[in-house]
Design a protein around this ligand. Sequence first.
Ligand SMILES: Cc1cc2nc3c(=O)[nH]c(=O)nc-3n(C[C@H](O)[C@H](O)[C@H](O)COP(=O)(O)OP(=O)(O)OC[C@H]3O[C@@H](n4cnc5c(N)ncnc54)[C@H](O)[C@@H]3O)c2cc1C
Length: 297
Amino acid sequence: MYPRSFSYHRASSLKDAATLLSQLGEGAKLLAGGQSLIPLMKLRFANPVHLVDLNFISGTSYIREQDGAFRFGPLTRHAEIEKSASVARVPILHDCAAGIADVQVRNRGTIGGSLAEADPSGDWATVLLTLSCEVRCAVQSTDRTLKLTEFLKDAFTTALAPDELVSEVIVKVPPENSGGAYIAFKRTAPVYPTASAAVQLTVEGDRCKDIAIALGCVGLLPIRAREGEAALRGQQITPKLIESAAEAARTAADPQSDMRGSADYKRQLVGALVKRATEAALQRARGQQVEVSHIYA
Ligand SMILES: Cc1cc2nc3c(=O)[nH]c(=O)nc-3n(C[C@H](O)[C@H](O)[C@H](O)COP(=O)(O)OP(=O)(O)OC[C@H]3O[C@@H](n4cnc5c(N)ncnc54)[C@H](O)[C@@H]3O)c2cc1C
């Protein structure tokens, strides 16, 4: 199906884009990679009157390392993150970028667009929840920086005002002796996961000093499995404790039955994914090179 007709505006800067949003009002939408918006427009679930294209603004696609953090430009494509040698030092970020859909989607889709879309099935929010992540949001004259947890409000809902845009995503580089892994279960590559688990941990000697576990696609927002984290924090990680964390994650999950599977199936699945992701994260924290890939049905 063709989208409904719309006026096209090419923004020359992020400030210009914010000004256009403010002038054009509610019927205006930003266009980044178009990998969520264009399909929705073709299905006529989204019917913007004005499209403000961000793609011709120079300097919006970058990965910079500064003051112990990665700074991602709003238009940084998943594929750029996947191929970045500096990002590869934080393997959970690479796991995420490399596992999103297929090459075409990764070449166009952006980290800014993904967070702004706040799709409960999206990968980035789940992974970034296990790291220290802030989202810079800009309006015409000022900007503000929000923690990811403040930015994400609900399914498909963020703290962005109608004339505000994501201008940067800031992710702290984890401390020494840290490792993480992100594993999703997918029916095929170019679809969203049925369930996913992100685990980021830091070890001190043979103990787990700190850990964050986030569950994807099993709630309206990604869920921190805090009781699962508590089961492992400060402990020497054993298979039995990993099983306890997985069980706690099953309890924390709040899935809905849909075409991807029943709620109960997803609950079981997410526990198994937490187990695998914790094992891989632990190996990585101990300095082992571990390849992680999503599981395809
Ligand atoms: C077949 C297919 C499979 C996919 N599978 C997955 C998957 O497995 N996992 C996954 O995570 N994603 C998946 N995606 C989505 C993909 O990752 C998109 O790239 C992402 O959701 C949106 O990014 P985008 O740059 O394409 O944004 P767009 O589609 O251009 O925009 C999405 C929304 O965000 C707004 N927006 C865009 N940029 C900004 C900004 N800087 N500030 C404020 N608002 C902004 C737009 O106005 C729009 O409302 C899939 C997409 C397709 C087509």
